[in-house]
Design a protein around this ligand. Sequence first.
Ligand SMILES: [Ca+2]
Ligand SMILES: [Ca+2]
Length: 555
Amino acid sequence: MSISSKWMNCLRTACLVSAVSLVFAGCQSQATAPSEDKTVQDNKSTEAASGTVTSKLKLADALTPMGTSNGVYYEIFVRSFYDTNGDGIGDLNGVTAKLDYLQELGVKHLWLMPINPSPSYHGYDVTDYYGINPDYGTMDDFKHLLAEAHKRDIKIVMDFVVNHTSSEHPWFKESMKGKDNPKRDWYMWAEDLKLDPAIRGAWGQQAWHERDGKHYLGVFWEGMPDLHIDNAEVRAEIKKAAQFWLKLGVDGFRLDAAKHVYEDFYNTSQNPDVVQNNQKWWQEFRQAVQEVNPEAYLVGEVWDSPAVIGPFLKDGLHSAFNFDMAKRMISMVQDEKDSDIGSMMSRIYTFYSKQSDGKFVDAPFLTNHDQNRVMSELQGNVNHAKMAASVLLTLPGNPFIYYGEEIGMLGLKPDERLREPMKWTADEKSAGMTTWEPASSNKTVTPIEQQMKDPSSLWNHYKKLIAYRNSDKVLQQGGIQSYKTNISEVAGYYRATKEDARLVLHNLSGKEQQIQLSADTAAVLETLVFSSVDGAALKDGACTLPPYSTIVLAP
Ligand SMILES: [Ca+2]
Ligand SMILES: [Ca+2]
C-alpha cells in the first residue's frame, strides 16, 4: 500500500506492540526474547559437524534453520521504467527490452508493481484481477515478457493487491446497489454486519465511509474498499485469480497490505483471533498457489516489527520485508558506526525460525516505492550509498533492490517523487525514456549509460557485489552471527552454513582501518576472497580496510 498513513501505523505499532518487539528493536546481545525457545538451536540437525570451519568458529547462531534463498530481486514500477511505443509511459515491452540490462546487473527475479487495470497511476486499486493495464500493453505482451525472462533464468513476481479493490471495480459497483445484491457481502458494510461505523481504523484513521446512509470499510481510503475476506465467494475468487496468473507462468506474488486483510480496527488489530485469521487466510492462499506451482514464491508486505511478522511466516508467506533492518542499515552507514546487525539479525531469525518451522527466507531491502529513496536519505553521499548496498548484498535471504537505486536515484515524498522515470540517459527526450511525470528529483543524477562505463560508479559497485553474491554459496545460503571488532567504524558479521564460513567486514568510514582478527578467527579464515575496492590486505590475521570498503574472508 502506498498510503503515507502507514508511517503513522509504524509509530502506533512501535508504541503498542509489547516486549517482544522492544527486544528485537534493541541491539544488545544480552536481551532474550520472551517467546524465544531453545528448541531451534538445540536441534541436532543444525549443528556443524566437528572439524568444519563452522564448528571451529563456534557459529551456532548462524545455523538457525531457514529456507533456501534464490538471488537478488529487483522492484520495477513499469510506468516509469522504459517506454517502447513513444507515449511516454513505461510498458511491459519496455521491461522485456531491458532484460539484458537486468541480467548484466545480476538480478534473478523481478517484482512488478501492479500491472492490472486501475484508475490510479500507481495501480494499487485494481478494477480487474484478470487483465493488463492498457497503459502497459496487452496480455500477449505480458506472455512475451514471461517467456523472454524465463529464457534468461529471470523469474517474475507480480504485485497482488487483494486486501481491497478500487471503488470503481464492478464488484463494488454491484455491492453499492443495496442489501439484496449478490455482491453486497463481498465488501464490509457496517450496518449489515452490525458493526459500529464510528470505530476508527488501526492507526486511528476513519475506516468506514458513508454511501447512501450505509457505511463500507476502506482502511486506506474511501477509493479502496476492503474486500470481505470472510465471504467464501471472495476467498474462492481471490484464489482463482492467483491461479490464473500462475498458470500463465508467473513465479510468485508480492502480497500488498498482507496484515490488513482481517479487521484492523483500533480496538482489535492485535487480538490473537485477528492475528490467527490473517495467518489462516494466507495459509489457505498458499495452498491454492501451490496447487498450481509448488515452487511459487510469496513475499508479503507486513509493515511492522518482527514480533508481528512472525506468525505470517508459518506456512503462509515465505518471506516478509524486513522494515526494521532497512532503517538500521541506513542509519548505520550514515553514522559510520557499527550497530551490530549480526546480533539483531540472529535474534530475529531464531524467532522466525521457530514460527516458520525453519522455513522462512528473509527479505532485506533499503527502501521501496513507499519510502524516501535511500540516496535521498543519505543526502546524496555516494560512499554511504555504496556501503548501504554492500551491507544489503551481504546479508542472508533474498535482497530486494528498488529500480534506480543502483544509480542513486533521488526522491523524497510525496509518493510520485519516489517513482520518477528511470534515468537511462542524460537526454530526457531520447527513445525509451518515460515522461509521464517530470524527473524533477533526478536532474543531477548520473545516468545509467554513463555509470556503466565508469568502473568506480555506484552502478558498478552494485554489479560487483551482486556478482560476488551469486558466486558464493555461503553468502547466499548461510545464516548470520555477530562479529565485533574493537573499532566502531568497522561493522562485521559471520555468514555460515554447516560446512563453510565467511567473515564480512565493512569499513564504514573515510579513513583506512586496521583490524587484528582474534587468534581463533585468524587461524581459520586465512583468505581474502573479495574486496569491493583495491588496496585491501590480509596478513597473519591483520586486515587492512581501505576507506569505504567491504571485504570477505574465507578459509
Ligand atoms: Ca508506452
Ligand atoms: Ca482488510
